[in-house]
Design a protein around this ligand. Structure first.
Ligand code: NDP
Length: 244
């Protein structure tokens, strides 16, 4: 069967910049209704305005993924507005890289709270609705760091390996949910701005010359969610051709 073009209601966490923003633009341009979540609501409002000016449909809503109640309000707002939830894209993430012996333990906690707990909060908030609908699609944005480990990225990699593990567990447990992990390589965004450790920040900045546009990841999300209902795209790795 061919790819489906029926409009879907798609919730996107971390839609205020980078991959989340690019995904929202791509999906809205294809006629899907996008619900935009992040902490910087003024950015979400501006993005929603642009999408609507281009003939799309978008709902901006404040969201801190580390807060399970906030996640539930985000999902409820989507349901109140659009009446159903077809897709949740768990995209919000932070990447304050550093060596473990720098003991930046607050940053370890932050990565676990946003990159791992945040994804779990998203899953918990939409599962009852998707179960009641008898259908739904959860797209988790992991990373190439979920497939390998590099110095300064131990905790970040641990969160992304965990996202891949829990995605596979979720997939196995359900016969009506589709579960997709998208693992980007170096991609242009604001992610490296979360790095406080000077040496690590400089090293990552040096690698960004080969980074691909965030739209390349938005394209992967679009591909995964527009496959026929019986086709579940489980893993996509999208990285620069020149990345080692
Ligand atoms: P950006 O920094 O541009 O975007 C991150 C997004 O996450 C922002 O919209 C930010 O919004 C949001 N966010 C951060 N903390 C929270 C929070 N507590 N609650 C809600 N939203 C939050 O980076 P990317 O677009 O690159 O990152 C998106 C995803 O892609 C992440 O999961 C990242 O790990 C992953 N990734 C990125 C790669 C890259 O090279 N860029 C490579 C591999 C994976 P706000 O601050 O407004 O809340």
């Amino acid at each position: 069967p061919a790819a489906t073009t029926a409009p879907k209601t798609v919730l996107i966490t971390g839609a205020s910049s980078g991959i989340g923003e690019a995904t929202a633009r791509r999906l809205a341009a294809a006629g899907h209704q996008v619900v935009l979540g992040a902490r910087r609501v003024e950015r979400l409002a501006a993005l929603a305005k642009e999408i609507e000016a281009d003939g799309g449909s978008a709902l901006p809503h404040t969201l801190d993924v580390t807060d399970p109640l906030g996640m539930r309000s985000f999902v409820q707002a989507a349901l109140d507005h659009y009446g159903r939830i077809d897709v949740l894209v768990n995209n919000a993430g932070v990447m304050p890289l550093s060596r473990l012996d720098a003991l930046r333990t607050d940053e370890w906690d932050r990565m676990i709270d946003v990159n791992l707990r945040g994804v779990l909060h998203g899953i918990a908030a939409v599962l009852p609705t998707m179960t009641a609908q008898g259908a739904g699609h959860i797209v988790n944005v992991a990373s190439v760091s979920g497939l390998r480990v590099d110095p300064t990225a131990a905790v970040y990699s641990a969160t992304k390996h965990a996202v891949r593990a829990l995605s596979e567990g979720l997939r196995q447990e359900s016969r009506h949910l589709r579960v997709t992990v998208i693992s980007p390589g170096l991609t242009h965004s604001e992610l490296a701005e979360t790095i406080a450790d000077r040496d690590t920040k400089d090293a990552v900045a040096g690698q960004m010359a080969i980074a691909i546009p965030a739209a390349a990841i938005g394209e992967a999300v679009h591909y995964a969610i527009t496959q026929p209902a019986e086709v579940d795209v489980n893993e996509l790795v999208v990285r620069p051709t020149a990345q080692g």
